[in-house]
Design a protein around this ligand. Sequence first.
Ligand code: ADP
Length: 396
Amino acid sequence: MNVLVINCGSSSLKFQLINSESEEVLAKGLCERIGIDGSLTYQPTGGEKVKSEKAMPTHTEAIQFVIDALTDANTGVVKDLKEIGAVGHRVVHGGEKFAKSVVITDEVLKAIEECNDLAPLHNPANLIGINACQKLMPGTPMVAVFDTAFHQTMPAKAYMYGLPYEYYDKYKVRRYGFHGTSHSFVSKRAAELIGKSYDAVKTVVCHLGNGASICAVENGKSVDTSMGLTPLEGLVMGTRSGDIDPAILEFIAKKEDLDIAGLMNMLNKKSGVFGLSNNLSSDFRDLETAAAEGNKIAEMTLDVFCYRVAKYVGSYVAAMNGVDVIAFTAGIGENAGPVREKVMEYLGYLGIEVDKEANDSHGKEVKISTPDSKVEVFVIPTNEELAIARETVALV
Ligand code: ADP
């Protein structure tokens, strides 16, 4: 079956058409500037990448252009819409309502809408994408795959904050965690790689991208993760602060005359390695180059990032009372050897030894611990689209 995987944002839409039997990507692309002017980038596998300007007042036009491109007589990869058997939609927040992926029904749409409060920037956009697809592909089964669902197995001791209980009771303020599709995909693969059954392994997954989170997976279940009610908590990220003393907010608000919106903008867009490096860059390639050239702030920024990762890994080893395998994934995790090496050096007390030659590689699946290392460490490229396609096929 061919599965169309859709990741819909407020003004953009990423898609892949995946053949579920061969797990090959048939075509992929991106609609940008929806509601502004509009452009479509489309690439059939093995073919040329083409970018064209197209008016996209709403997501419905964007999805129509995607369908037109996929079924085009020259550059398309299927003859008509009937060859697309199902659509898998990435949905950011499923709250406490969704502990797994679901086939989309009217009831499900209503329940997703009820989670809008928890992800006001993401969920409404995801719903718009689902509605547009339903309009243009009536009768095609659709599945919602939630970023939060994998973490619904966390125990209360991991998801409750030290806040008045009534906020949980009334508003469901708690840790949800994100990147669940990636943490699930990578932890399953890690178990395969060490030749153990998924339900008998302790894994720590470090998903280090522009957004970054760590997850403790014990016996196939997420038992803790570093992102919280929102994706702002935890690691120092590209532009997000991660954990800070909450009282800093009052202090800075007074000094800089910022309101809540100004503070949230600062925490989400102006902090992280970008802010910490004095606005040098949010990209690790730039920071590594600058540090190598002797830029002390870039060096300090990388140190802060790695130290925070190591502290989280250490705390999750404590949470699970041990660890069998650690996996690095996403843009930084898959490519930044020096970051991985530094984190692994902090974890030397676990008996981890780095295979420096293997750790030099980029973007491919590889074991980066030595045969003597007491804990096995891997780079495992994530593939959220494939994971969504697999979930979708399993449900339809
Ligand atoms: P997201 O999906 O959260 O936007 P990605 O997983 O695509 O993020 O990761 C993007 C980040 O990966 C970039 O901002 C950059 O910091 C880092 N990255 C990508 N390639 C490299 C590389 N070769 N070396 C170091 N860092 C890299």
